[in-house]
Design a protein around this ligand. Structure first.
Ligand SMILES: [Zn+2]
Length: 165
């Protein structure tokens, strides 16, 4: 249920969940990214994590996996009222998928510039240095995009990961 009186607390709770999803992805041999979709009441509709390595698919980012699942679900016609929570700022590819999906709002924790600064990360992942808010600025105002700083918790799924790749 929505903690409607405190939407910031709700954002924080869902972002903490995406970190669990990111850790689960890492544990199964994929990259440490997770995302979830919540409805207008804050109830979780879908979760997804990165499956790039296990599926051998460079497009299998958590956010794009989530958009694919949402498009294939009974919620596909009502995505405008949903919020995607994601452990890390969506990349340009995922931003495009999110835009096409009509998802109304995106809340992310770790900015991509902070991901890129982790030792080894930018050597492993090709990153397009365009913030999602800038990438989608020419759209119709959807999705709304919010960076919710989560401090150390946002880095935790990535600790000692990228250096070892
Ligand atoms: Zn992506």
């Amino acid at each position: 249920m929505r903690s409607a009186d405190d939407p910031v607390a709700e954002d924080r709770t869902h972002l903490l969940h995406t970190f669990d999803l990111a850790r689960a992805a890492r544990a199964q041999g994929d990259r440490p990214f997770g995302a979830l979709l919540a409805d207008a009441d804050g109830a979780i509709l879908l979760t997804a994590n990165n499956t790039e390595i296990t599926k051998r698919d460079v497009t299998a980012h958590a956010e794009t996996n989530l958009v694919r699942a949402a498009s294939d679900s009974r919620w596909a016609s009502t995505l405008e009222g949903t919020t995607m929570y994601t452990s890390t700022e969506p990349c340009l590819m995922c931003a495009g998928a999110i835009y096409l999906s009509g998802i109304g709002r995106v809340v992310y924790a770790l900015p991509s510039r902070d991901l890129a600064a982790l030792p080894g990360a930018s050597d492993t992942v090709r990153m397009v240095p365009v913030p999602i808010a800038q990438a989608l600025a020419t759209g119709d105002g959807r999705p709304q995009i919010r960076h919710h700083p989560m401090g150390h918790a946002a880095f935790d799924p990535h600790l000692e990961y990228w250096k070892a790749q």
